[in-house]
Design a protein around this ligand. Structure first.
Ligand code: ATP
Ligand code: MG
Length: 181
């Protein structure tokens, strides 16, 4: 019999930032193992979802290296059917008993399915926010202090800043190819 307490935490992690790291550090004190879901796993190369699931796995694994936590990172693609979503998640993940989420829809869907759902405080939400970090990258403002050092390295390695700027250019594809956005 497996008596481990396993938790579930899901996000899009575009990119993984210090708010996520802090939440996971707190969850680590309460569970034996953590299942980390990468939401909208099929998306990449868009202004709101610049990084692939694989790149987000790199960001998370490297950032959690020093943490005393056994975890699984599982990519979860969107199915666009909220009523079936919890079953979809369950079909892809090790079993878990507690869900950690501040997302109202995620919380509602898991509660309706009978799960215990825990909220966490929001840490420095003005800055520790994927939307804010993507905005700063595009504006050429300093963003590196808002993510773990490992994420700075991954984004550098995959030329993520250049990619986010390129996929955020307005205009059609011919214009981009012509260099006249
Ligand atoms: P985006 O702005 O792109 O939505 P995000 O910063 O909200 O990015 P998500 O990947 O959407 O990041 O968040 C995953 C989970 O982490 C959600 O439950 C979200 O509420 C939570 N979260 C995000 N930022 C923080 C933070 N600063 N402190 C605590 N929890 C956070
Ligand atoms: Mg969010």
């Amino acid at each position: 019999m497996d008596s481990k307490k396993r938790g579930f935490y899901i996000g899009r992690f575009q990119p993984f930032h210090l708010g996520h790291l802090k939440v996971i550090g707190e969850i680590a004190k309460q569970v034996d193992e953590l299942v980390i879901g990468i939401g909208s796993a099929q998306l990449s190369h868009t202004p709101d979802n610049p990084f692939t699931a694989g790149e987000r796995i790199m960001m998370i694994s490297r950032s959690l290296k020093g943490l005393d936590l056994y975890y699984y990172v599982i990519p979860i693609s969107d199915i666009y059917r909220n009523a079936l979503w919890v079953a979809h998640v369950r079909s892809m993940t090790p079993p878990f008993s507690t869900v950690y989420s501040n997302n109202p829809l995620v919380s509602r869907l898991f509660r309706e399915a009978g799960y215990e759902v825990a909220y966490s405080p929001m840490y420095n939400r003005h800055e520790y926010s994927g939307t804010e970090i993507r905005r700063r990258i595009l504006a050429g403002e300093a963003w590196e202090t808002l993510v773990p050092e490992a994420v700075v390295e991954v984004i550098r390695e995959i030329k993520g800043v250049e990619r986010l700027k390129a996929v955020s250019v307005k205009g059609d594809i011919e214009d981009v190819i012509d260099g006249v956005p």
